[in-house]
Design a protein around this ligand. Structure first.
Ligand SMILES: C[S@@+](CC[C@H](N)C(=O)[O-])C[C@H]1O[C@@H](n2cnc3c(N)ncnc32)[C@H](O)[C@@H]1O
Length: 281
């Protein structure tokens, strides 16, 4: 299963270079996180992104920033208010979050994880910069693996079972059909229940059919699907359905956050498209 599954979603990996460049452009990442492919992809897509902004008011870069900053805000809160001291970021790609949070919180343990090739690349990057140490590490994982060296059980094996845990996925869940990602969420919730308290944070794009920019959103979604040589799915139609869906996967307490929480600098004139789900087991 693991090998097939890895092949099934490996086409998603190049998108991590593009988002990695976006974080750098907005001063969220240091230069080593930039790859030549990320820079190239940004340049090639710049006219499309400009067109979408001018013609439809759809600002892809802002959309990405909203999700990243919302997750950051929830993570700061979890560390400062709820004593979270170990974080697992699955599908980390070239995200600089682990680096930034380890620099800010000297007691924090941060485990990044991705498909084996991307995990190897990220480990090398952190190692070359001298940022890899016992509390900041990278492991391979395949969220589709139900058993084996890259499954969730192997990823969580070295964590402290007595300490609160927080798990992140960003830019991942909408690449998978709902039954596939719900099966992952159920396996994740089962692993998280082994800790005294555990929170899951993920961005999610719902199917907001009443949204004033729904047609443009569909266009953007299809484009992302084509660019990543796969499909991009929208999950659930509103916050209530999100809460019910996560409840069915074994999460007990679900809060749904939106871009309004970020304050004026990052908010659109029209309702935001991205949600950040904060779910506890
Ligand atoms: C759009 S990128 C997002 C990267 C990063 N989280 C960010 O926001 O910049 C999607 C990431 O998901 C990873 N990925 C794809 N399929 C996966 C799987 N089955 N298991 C774990 N990670 C996967 C890719 O390798 C890639 O790094």
């Amino acid at each position: 299963m693991s090998r097939t599954a890895r092949l099934d979603s490996a086409h998603i990996t190049p998108s991590a270079h593009y988002t990695g460049y976006i974080w750098y452009r907005h001063r969220l990442a240091e230069a080593p996180f930039v790859t030549p492919f990320g820079r190239l992809a940004y340049g090639v897509l710049a006219p499309v992104s400009w067109g979408a902004r001018v013609a439809f008011g759809l600002d892809l870069e802002r959309l990405l920033l909203q999700r990243h900053l919302l997750i950051d805000a929830r993570l700061h809160e979890a560390i400062q208010q709820r004593g979270v001291c170990q974080v697992v970021e699955i599908a980390c790609g070239l995200s600089p979050r682990g680096r930034r949070f380890c620099a800010r919180y000297p007691e924090l343990r941060y485990l990044e994880a991705d498909l084996p090739p991307m995990a190897a690349r990220k480990r090398l990057l952190l190692h070359e910069e001298g940022w890899l140490d016992t509390r900041h590490q990278v492991h391979p994982v395949d969220i589709l693996a139900q058993q084996g060296a890259n499954d969730l059980q192997a990823l969580f094996a070295g964590l402290d079972r007595e300490a609160p845990l927080l798990v992140i996925t960003e830019g991942l869940v909408n690449y998978f059909a709902l039954p596939v990602i719900e099966a992952f969420w159920s396996r994740l919730a089962a692993q998280m229940r082994r800790f005294p308290s555990a929170t899951y944070l993920t961005d999610l794009y719902p199917d907001l059919q009443e949204h004033p920019r729904y047609r443009q959103l569909r266009w953007g979604i299809d484009l992302v699907g084509r660019l990543t040589r796969g499909r991009y799915y929208l999950h659930y139609r509103n916050d209530r359905e999100i809460a019910e869906g996560f409840g069915d996967c074994g999460f007990r307490e679900v809060r749904v956050h939106g871009p309004k929480e970020l304050g004026t600098g990052q908010v659109e004139a029209w309702p935001g498209l991205v949600r950040v789900v904060e779910a506890r087991v």
